[in-house]
Design a binder for this molecule. Structure first.
Ligand SMILES: O=c1ccn([C@@H]2O[C@H](COP(=O)(O)O)[C@@H](O)[C@H]2O)c(=O)[nH]1
Length: 280
């Protein structure tokens, strides 16, 4: 999917919601546990109940890897289900990969070719040659961690470097600035936490046109309106992720309806913001 197609979906659905599929078997309803593949059945119910309110889904691979081969099969069935039934949804494998070049190529093949995700999250720490193998895939997107939502983000990401080129820049600013010059950087998006809303204006000065994946609303307490006020661009440029607050709204028989109600609340809030921004 191209970013133009993603923008069109946002306009059509009046939503830039990304639902996180972080399935924890200790949190899902009892009756689902009795089924043969509870992770997939849970995801299928959540996706069917929310697909018209969201433009994107983001399984975090940790929640699948934790269950070994069974988890990988559930992940594969989930992405195939989305691609076959809702091909206009933008899919994100939140896997936070990145390694020396030949290894990164294999990660890229795994997520882009074998599983057929639209995008994968990648850590920038190993630099250009660890990221460019992902960027080589046409119409696939590499979502680079820039400023993450957790408190540990301040351990390294906001440290100022002493580099000659960017003497005053914090590490996350350097990640944004330097990665713009990498081959196929048009395929880059960035992760910026909703809990870091005050940083968005600064970030937009460096990457005015890029899409930002924004986790951290809902369970982590980030504020949607604040993020939009500082982070939205002319193509919206934001995918706001919420995982636990939507998928675990209930662990009873009504879990899918309750997930829909939570997603609808977010979509309505987004619609108001979009109408205010694009009214003229
Ligand atoms: O900076 C980051 C990067 C990734 N995440 C991931 O997003 C979801 C958030 O889940 P919630 O339940 O909505 O808090 C989860 O998969 C994280 O691993 C992040 O939170 N922050």
């Amino acid at each position: 999917m191209t970013t133009q197609q993603l923008f069109e979906q946002i306009q059509l659905k009046k939503s830039f919601l990304c639902v996180g599929l972080d399935v924890d078997l200790t949190k899902i309803p009892q009756h689902i546990l009795a089924l043969e593949d509870p992770i997939f059945e849970f995801n299928k119910a959540i996706i069917d109940a929310t697909h018209d309110l969201a433009v994107s889904y983001k399984p975090n691979t940790a929640f699948y890897e934790a269950y070994g081969i069974k988890g990988w099969i559930s992940l594969q069935k989930t992405i195939n289900y989305i691609n076959e039934n809702y091909p206009d949804l933008f899919t994100i494998a939140d896997a936070k990969r990145g390694d020396i070049g030949n290894t990164s190529s294999m990660y890229a093949k795994a997520f882009f070719e074998d599983l057929n995700f639209d995008s994968v999250t990648v850590a920038p720490y190993m630099g250009k040659d660890s990221v460019e193998p992902f960027l080589a895939f046409e119409n696939k997107h590499t979502i680079l961690l820039a400023l993450t939502s957790n408190t540990g983000a301040f351990d390294f990401q906001t440290l100022k470097s002493k580099s000659e080129k960017l003497p005053e820049a914090e590490l996350y600013q350097q990640v944004l600035e330097i990665s713009k010059n990498w081959t196929n950087s048009k395929n880059l998006m960035y992760v910026v936490g909703a809990t870091k809303a005050t940083y968005f204006s600064e970030i937009r000065k460096i990457v005015p046109d890029s899409f930002l994946l924004v986790p951290g609303v809902g369970a982590q307490g980030g504020n949607l309106a604040e993020v939009c006020a500082h982070g939205m661009n002319d193509q919206v440029g934001l995918l706001i992720n919420s995982s636990r607050a939507i998928i675990y709204a209930s662990n009873e028989l009504d879990f899918a309806d309750k997930a829909r109600a939570e997603a609808l609340k977010m979509q309505k809030e987004m619609q108001v913001i979009l109408e205010a921004k694009f009214s003229n």
